[in-house]
Design a protein around this ligand. Sequence first.
Ligand SMILES: C[S@@+](CC[C@H](N)C(=O)[O-])C[C@H]1O[C@@H](n2cnc3c(N)ncnc32)[C@H](O)[C@@H]1O
Length: 64
Amino acid sequence: MSSTLDNPFFARLWTVMAAHETEAIRRLRRENLAGLSGRVLEVGAGTGTNFAFYPDTVTEVVAV
Ligand SMILES: C[S@@+](CC[C@H](N)C(=O)[O-])C[C@H]1O[C@@H](n2cnc3c(N)ncnc32)[C@H](O)[C@@H]1O
């Protein structure tokens, strides 16, 4: 049995909201990703809000 879950309105809204996160949240994202290097697997990447916060030591992100 398969089913489809779809919420395009929320997906669009979230992308806009994520672009306006507070500096405190942005700092938490940087802290959370600090120390990573090489190839990273991000499970639950959503719309990719974390992508801009990966340190330069990360060379590749595989996102699901
Ligand atoms: C709270 S959001 C976080 C999104 C993004 N990482 C961020 O920091 O903004 C959690 C994400 O995990 C995804 N997710 C939930 N369960 C999952 C699963 N079993 N496998 C892969 N992704 C999943 C959701 O679709 C959603 O995009």
